[in-house]
Ligand binder design. Structure first.
Ligand SMILES: O=C(O)C(=O)C[C@H](O)[C@H](O)CO
Length: 314
């Protein structure tokens, strides 16, 4: 079992800074009464930033996105600042607003409907200088397959350039492939672009069920090998409630997460897991302990409705 560091040697020993890049949307989640919905704000990379802030109030957590200038965009930014997330790198656009999604639950199975095709966040990579500046003033950068999926080809190239440059400057970059076929033109474009970004990252945190469905991986080991062969130094393959497989510092090991007692809504399971994992990166923990801590956070999150759940006993 290894406790070798993951963060770049240039990362500070204290006052770690975390930057999450992506889209936050209005979330309409099923309420308690039939037909009722509860409005909130969520989005995979924002959820991770929110949980990171909850778990590590001692570090700077920043969010990078673009929103509108309307009232709902203001309310979203208030939600971020109330949570203690630094929004200095959030840009605003006067002629667009934020996206929206609705969760439908059917016998515990969730499905999503989205209204995001015109959202301001689709332009988040339009200012390369802003990207470089944000990445230059952080240590750990996080983005997802959704962050990449919402961009146009020029935006994808600009984001990839920025990530590669940040890595050359000693930043640590983490990526959750978060496959959302509906956001891509076709499966080939999705899988090729995801691998292009994975190649540029240090840490990759895929989920086996999605990877099996879209990359055709027969086993969790196949998923791990594909990302490791692409060049990621640390790969953690999430696996629903099943055994998690990781590779780090030349070691490949399985971790059995604690049994989950209650599943109400799995929204944000992977996002909160990622935050739980990042929260331990600057600590002298072994990989297994980081992964177990992340699993315990995700277990709390899926025991309640919605993407953002107040954590207990952290
Ligand atoms: O699908 C998306 O873009 C989302 O970010 C919605 C949810 O908040 C997220 O997927 C939950 O994991």
């Amino acid at each position: 079992m290894t406790s070798s560091p993951i963060l770049s040697p240039t990362a500070p020993a204290t006052a770690l800074r975390f930057l999450s890049i992506g889209e936050c949307m209005v979330e309409m989640a099923p309420g308690d009464a039939p037909g009722a919905f509860q409005m909130g704000f969520a989005g995979d990379t924002f959820n991770t930033a929110w949980y990171m802030r909850a778990l590590r109030p001692d570090i700077t957590t920043q969010y990078f996105t673009k929103v509108g200038t309307d009232a709902v965009s203001d309310a979203m930014l208030t939600k971020m600042t109330d949570a203690g997330i630094d929004i200095a790198h959030v840009a605003r656009s006067a002629n667009s607003t934020v996206g929206l999604y609705m969760i439908s639950l059917n016998d515990g199975e969730r499905s999503f409907s989205y209204w995001r095709s015109q959202s301001a966040a689709k332009q988040l990579a339009s200012d390369s200088q802003a990207l470089a500046q944000a990445m230059g003033s952080t240590d750990l950068i996080y983005l997802s397959g959704i962050t990449v999926a919402i961009l146009d080809p020029a935006g994808r190239d600009a984001l990839l350039d920025a990530v590669q440059s940040a890595r050359r400057h000693g930043k640590t970059v983490a990526f959750d492939s978060n496959l959302r076929p509906r956001l891509w033109a076709n499966e080939k474009q999705m899988t090729e672009t995801i691998m292009r970004f994975a190649q540029a990252c240090d840490i990759v945190l895929p989920s086996f069920d999605d990877e099996a469905a879209h990359f055709g991986d027969a086993t969790i080991q196949d998923t791990l090998d594909r990302y490791r062969n692409a060049g990621a130094t640390t790969v953690v393959v999430k696996n629903g409630g099943g055994d998690i497989l990781y590779a780090h510092a030349g070691e490949t090991t399985t971790v059995t997460p604690p049994p989950v007692s209650k599943i109400v809504d799995t929204t944000s399971a992977g996002d909160s897991f990622n935050a739980g994992f990042f929260a331990g990166l600057d600590k002298a923990l072994c990989m297994e302990d980081r992964i177990l801590a992340a699993s315990r956070i995700a277990a709390q999150v899926i025991a309640a409705k919605g993407a953002l759940v107040q954590l207990k006993n952290i």
